[in-house]
Design a protein around this ligand. Structure first.
Ligand code: HEC
Length: 178
C-alpha cells in the first residue's frame, strides 16, 4: 500500500472512531437525563405512595447505637464528629485528591442508594484519588452497616425518605463513586 493510501486509511479510521465516540457520549447523556427524570423525587414518592409500597422503615436503635461507636472510631476523623465533612470539602480538593464530604443533609451521601453506599464503604472510592479506602477486612459487615445506619439516623425525614425511595428503585446500584 502506498504511503498516501496508508495516510488516508488512518484518517478515515480516526474519523470513524471520533463519530463512534460522539454517538456514544450522546447516548450516555440521554440515558443519564432519562435516569434523572425517572427518579424525580416528588414523582417517585407520589407513585410509590399511590401504589402503597412506600414506607420508610424505622432504623434499628441497637444498630444505630453500634454505628455511633463505629463512626466515632473509624469515620469521624475524616468525615467529622458531627458528620460535617473536612473543612472546605465542598469547594476544593487537595492536590487533586477529593476531600471527605459531609454525611449530613448538607452532603450528598443521601443521593446514593443503599447498595452504592455499602459498596463505597466495603471497597472504598477510587483509592488512588481519595483517602476513602475500603473497610472490608477492617470492619465486620455488621459494623459497616451500623455506620451507615448511624449516618441515616442523622438525616432529616424528607432526606431519609428520598434516599429510601432511591434505594427501592435501585437505579444507582451499579454506580460506584460519588
Ligand atoms: C482517611 C479518611 C476517611 C475515612 C477514615 C473515611 N472516609 Fe469516607 N470518604 C473519604 C473521602 C476523601 C471521600 C470522598 C471520595 C470521593 O469524593 O471520591 C469519602 C467518601 C465516602 C462516601 C461517599 C459519599 C458520597 O456522597 O459520595 C461514603 C458513603 C463514605 N465515605 C463512608 C465512610 C464511612 C462509613 C467511614 C467509616 C467506616 C468512612 N467513610 C471513613 C475519606 C474517608
Amino acid at each position: 500500500m502506498s504511503r498516501r493510501t496508508a495516510i488516508i486509511l488512518a484518517l478515515v479510521a480516526t474519523l470513524a472512531a471520533s463519530i463512534a465516540a460522539v454517538t456514544r457520549f450522546a447516548t450516555l447523556a440521554t440515558n443519564a437525563t432519562a435516569t434523572e427524570a425517572r427518579i424525580a423525587p416528588g414523582k417517585l414518592e407520589a407513585a410509590q405512595r399511590a401504589a402503597g409500597v412506600y414506607a420508610v422503615p424505622a432504623l434499628d436503635p441497637a444498630l444505630v447505637e453500634r454505628g455511633r461507636t463505629v463512626y466515632a472510631e473509624s469515620c469521624a476523623r475524616c468525615h467529622g464528629a458531627q458528620l460535617e465533612g473536612q473543612n472546605g470539602w465542598a469547594y476544593m480538593n487537595t492536590f487533586g485528591r477529593y476531600m471527605a464530604p459531609a454525611h449530613s443533609d448538607i452532603g450528598h451521601t443521601w443521593q446514593h442508594a443503599d447498595a452504592t453506599l455499602l459498596n463505597n464503604v466495603m471497597f472504598g472510592i477510587e483509592p488512588e484519588h481519595t483517602e476513602m479506602q475500603g473497610f472490608r477486612g477492617i470492619l465486620s459487615s455488621l459494623d459497616q452497616a451500623a455506620a451507615l445506619a448511624y449516618i441515616k439516623s442523622r438525616w432529616s425525614e424528607p432526606v431519609r425518605s428520598y434516599q429510601h425511595s432511591i434505594s427501592l428503585e435501585n437505579h444507582y446500584t451499579n454506580e460506584t463513586g460519588h
